[in-house]
Design a protein. Sequence first.
Length: 419
Amino acid sequence: MSKFTALQREAILRRISDVPLQSVFKFIDNSELTLDECVENGLVINDIPINQFEKWIKQSLLDLDKLADLGLNLSLVEEIRKSIERSEELQENYDLINDDMMIIQDIQKHLRSGGVTEEGLLEKTTIDKELLNEIKGYEKKEHPSQNNDVALIKGTDIFFFGKASSGKTCVLASIFNYAERKGLFIDNMVSIHGINYKNLIVNELKNSILPDSTPAEKKAVTYISTELILDGEANPLNFVEMSGEFFSKAAQDPKEINNTIDAHGYLSNSNKKLLFFIVDYKMYSDNEKSSVSSQANDFNNLVGILDGYKKALQNAYCVYIVVNKSDKFPKGTVDKNDFAKSFFMKNFKSVYTNLKQKEKKHNFDLRILHYSIGNLIFKNSYLSSINYDCPKNIIQSISQQAYRKNEDSVIGKFFKSKE
Ligand SMILES: Nc1nc2c(ncn2[C@@H]2O[C@H](COP(=O)(O)OP(=O)(O)O)[C@@H](O)[C@H]2O)c(=O)[nH]1
Ligand SMILES: [Mg+2]
């Protein structure tokens, strides 16, 4: 729009109260007139809708403090102040969401309390209609821990060790979810509580919901018994998940082993074992250096304890180092297993050396691999897509270990033909 000449300006200002409001707004928007001079020349300020003032204030065309001087009703000035504060607050929430700093439950709460709006989410964040519906319908049920002290049946025992929150339950859920899709496992009802727990976490994973942390109670040591079916042959597997606090407690006080990682005597039976050490890569990438060294300490202590405890390591076929949450590896990492190996050997050097020695002494395999359950958004609280490669590789490896004797025949055939 062209600028007025001085004469035109004067003429317009003189009859400003006759000019349609929308035109006056445009003149002010384009900095051709100021609100001050319009009011001086007879524009009735209280006729202007308050959202118009808000727009000008946001565009720095107007100062909030000036409105009272210009004659705007004080209660309206107050209303505008509040509304501006609120929209700043809303914007802060959208910024937090865009920076991946808000968990899904908080987004849901803000939607209910007005801290964000549906339109705002769609407009100002990357959330689309479908995801918005997921957020609105998101529901995480409380579930009591499953008391499970049934003795392990004969078979291969699979243990998950790692700090609280390192992702043990998620790895389990992810493995069972994959096995269910491919029809690889058959539930064994000896561990009915374990099976219930497994069904629950798999169901939640399918609904993108992440598990609650496993509490440090003896009854919260979960045992899920299943049979791996390959070529029509059933191979019993006992999956044991411990609370992360138990793991740390045992690491700090080896005398407590009976009450912690050997809860219910699961660790000391004569079954063959696969031991999974779950390393939390995210703690590292979040720059929580102290927690990395405390992970290393705990693993070192654990290795020491296991070495002397019954035949824990002697009965182990394989110790797996799982560098978990590999979706947080640097962008562009091509070979994630390679990266996991170098990462572990560099940052957990002492644990690696320690395990290498025990590997020789007890003759188990030592494997280092990466794992991710999928892509997580909303500050790691919501699974936006599921990874199937990681569980596939782990199950394949577990199968090879569990069937060690006839490795070349059955397993090789199965995986070559199926995938
Ligand atoms: N980025 C990422 N985060 C994960 C992954 N697995 C788990 N997490 C996060 O870690 C949290 C704790 O996982 P959980 O399985 O409960 O840990 P546990 O205490 O060792 O059983 C989850 O709520 C997620 O936020 C993963 O593969 N990638
Ligand atoms: Mg857990």
